[in-house]
Design a protein around this ligand. Structure first.
Ligand code: SF4
Length: 482
């Protein structure tokens, strides 16, 4: 257990910490890895101060940093890395043919390479590529943040206060994608809290979707007749500041214990109208393979459950979690579908792409759910770049969500007209597969309501008048039924 994080997060990843709730037949494997394996010792590899951080960079081996280049957002990134004995580079990506992931060569994006050299010089590739190591080394405290980022007053104040509804934690990998100097960088805004989270505006609520009112068993939401949402845990490796479930996520109240999960399975055995289960959370992939195997296996044993989906942000925030072993386990239970969560093109790194490829190669279709966020992705060009990159990662852009009116989220919400403008800027201007469905999840439990720019202009006799993506009007013969 870990009491040191902000906002009351009470647990290390359930798959890492000592577990007293092993599923039947797990042979004790779940408790083999304990926090004691390395929590404190590796954390001490942080440079003690910014001065020494700079010294480390200055003293870095020539192979570490070869050149820097300005990106469009003003960030400086390494774009080329000199080859070392066992590594080569291609397009600014570090390659390692001995990558343990099997058939894929080890690849690392240039920004992460530079970050590691600077802040984790003692972490080996094996450490860095180990999702449990990443989980144990998440950045959670003011002291940790300020060693890496130049904090704004708004960020520093909230980290000092520690009073937000949602805890704060960022994996070292995802932290490597943040701009240390620019608090307005898109990715940084989504994971580093600010005092704006304290601002409550009209219409906001802790549970805007009314999920709590549709929960027959703790951790199960049954809002639609034929499908349910199963929350196995409330832990996430990285906490998104706009999270719809910030009222529960990271609070340590939804634990993956056998007793609670068995109550859910018993409910589902009786609910014969349920054919579709979405396992989400918290992030279900924060569970160990063994526990996830047990949960999915229990669901698959219920005859009327046909369809199992997993909702996760791991490929974006901790792609190291998508191991060959995880994929091998998941493919036992097909059909399994996965909703992955991407916000911005800068999340589409080579590591993330490889993670998605591993999942797709295991036969798991991937659909992306993207939340529309002010100052993050609320421009047509940013969204277009994102959906294009997703397609190249073999991810189908699925939903674009209007940001839910959760408490303290007004700084993230755009007008609905902005979402319509983005869809208008995509439809017809790019591949149809790249255009997500823009939806509002109706407050109070009304479900997802799709929104589209108006294309039906009206009627002229037996003709429908339709507007195309260029704004031109066309007729379609559609006689009124007699
Ligand atoms: S990963 Fe999902 S559940 Fe976790 S904080 Fe982000 S949005 Fe919320």
């Amino acid at each position: 257990m870990d009491e040191s994080s902000f906002g009351g997060e009470s647990s290390e990843p359930p798959s890492v910490g000592p577990e007293h709730d092993d599923p039947p037949g797990s042979s004790g494997r779940l408790s083999v890895l304990t926090i004691a394996e390395g929590t404190a010792t590796k954390a001490q590899t942080y440079p003690p101060s910014k001065l020494s951080v700079l010294n480390l960079v200055r003293n870095a081996a020539p192979s570490a940093i070869a050149s820097r280049q300005k990106k469009s957002n003003g960030q400086a990134v390494t774009d080329r890395v000199t080859a070392t004995q066992n590594q080569s580079t291609r397009n600014g990506v570090r390659l390692d043919a001995a990558h343990h992931a099997g058939t894929q060569p080890r690849q690392e994006n240039a920004r992460t390479v530079q970050f590691r050299e600077r802040f984790y010089p003692d972490a080996t590739d094996d450490d860095w590529d180990d999702w449990r190591w990443q989980s144990r080394h998440r950045i959670k405290t003011l002291e940790q943040f300020e060693k890496i980022l130049d904090l704004s007053t708004e960020e520093r104040d909230v980290l000092s206060d520690g009073g937000t509804l949602l805890p704060t934690a960022v994996t070292p990998y995802y932290m490597s994608l943040l701009d240390p100097e620019n608090p307005l960088q898109a990715l940084r805004k989504t994971v580093v809290p600010t005092t704006r989270e304290f601002v409550r505006t009209a219409g906001e609520a802790d549970d805007p979707l009314g999920e709590d009112g549709h929960s027959p068993v703790p951790g199960l939401v049954h809002r639609y007749p034929d499908r349910v949402l199963l929350l196995p845990l409330d832990f996430c490796s990285t906490y998104c500041r706009y999270c719809t479930r910030s009222r529960v996520v990271g609070h340590g109240e939804i634990q993956p214990n056998v007793e609670r999960l068995e109550a859910i399975f018993h409910y589902l055995e009786e609910a014969t109208q349920v054919r579709d289960v979405l396992i989400s959370g918290g992030d279900p992939l924060a569970l160990s393979d063994e526990k996830l195997d047990w949960i999915i296996g229990r669901l698959r044993a219920i005859p009327h459950i046909e369809f199992i989906r997993i909702g996760t942000k791991m490929p974006a925030v901790l792609p190291q979690r998508i191991t060959p072993e995880l994929c091998t386990m998941l493919r036992k239970y097909h059909p399994i579908w996965m909703s992955v969560h991407y916000l911005h093109p800068e999340e589409c790194t080579v590591e993330s792409k490889q993670a998605c490829e591993r999942l797709v190669d295991a036969g798991i279709p991937l659909g992306s759910q993207t939340v529309l966020l002010k100052g993050v992705n609320d421009e047509v060009e940013i969204m277009k770049e994102l959906v294009h990159k997703l397609l190249l990662m073999r991810v189908r852009p699925y939903y674009l969500y209007q940001c839910d009116p959760i408490s303290g989220s007004s700084h993230f919400r755009t007008p609905v007209s902005k979402g319509l403008e983005i869809i208008q800027g995509l439809r017809g201007f790019t591949t149809g597969y790249a255009v997500p469905t823009y939806v509002i999840d109706a407050p109070g439990g009304g479900g997802k309501i799709p929104l589209q720019p108006d294309s039906l202009v009206g009627r002229d006799g037996d003709d429908l008048l339709l507007r195309n993506f260029e704004g031109k009007t066309f007729r379609y013969p559609d006689p009124i039924p007699t």
